[in-house]
Write a protein that binds this ligand. Structure first.
Ligand code: FES
Length: 157
């Protein structure tokens, strides 16, 4: 069986920062319009799912009214979680272009639309970034649905 720390985020997991104390994040911990923060899922028993590098998440917060419908449905009061793994060849897509609401992959320059479900805006990636379903429970962000598409790169470079 797969170790709990290697598993993809599971429904009911909390989200925690990748560094520092693993405290469950609430919507207000993710600043509206601020640089995305990197996070992992944490099982209710406190196991942080950091064992697989493809488990990394990027959290971004918007006013709900600014989001496309699909993105909004999967958000927790406007907080969105995307896989950090570029769908092109699996680099970590961590660059943030705030004025364009765009996540950029540093490897070959793919751009993904943060407000619109991770849609590809530009570059060699042929699939959107997977988005993870979130909700708020007792003031904390929890996973409400699995990723809406496959996590990982399509090509090996
Ligand atoms: Fe991201 Fe190639 S791996 S653009």
């Amino acid at each position: 069986a797969q170790a709990a720390e290697d598993m993809r985020p599971q429904v009911g997991d909390f989200l925690v920062r990748t560094r520092g104390e693993p405290n469950p994040l609430g919507p207000d911990d993710v600043g509206i319009g601020k640089k995305p923060i990197q996070a992992y899922a944490m099982a209710p028993d406190g196991t942080v799912r950091s064992g697989d590098y493809e488990n990394g998440l990027l959290l971004i917060h918007y006013d709900e009214g600014d989001l496309a419908d699909d993105a909004k449905k999967m958000s927790a009061n406007g907080v969105l979680a995307y896989s950090i793994i570029c769908t092109h060849a699996g680099c970590e897509a961590t660059n943030w272009i705030s004025e364009e609401n765009t996540i950029e992959c540093p490897c070959h320059g793919s751009h993904f639309d943060a407000k619109n479900n991770g849609a590809v805006l530009f570059g060699p990636a042929s699939r959107k970034l997977p988005q993870l379903g979130l909700e708020v429970k007792d003031g904390k962000i929890v996973v409400a649905a699995e990723f809406d598409s496959r996590v990982g790169g399509d090509e090996t470079m």
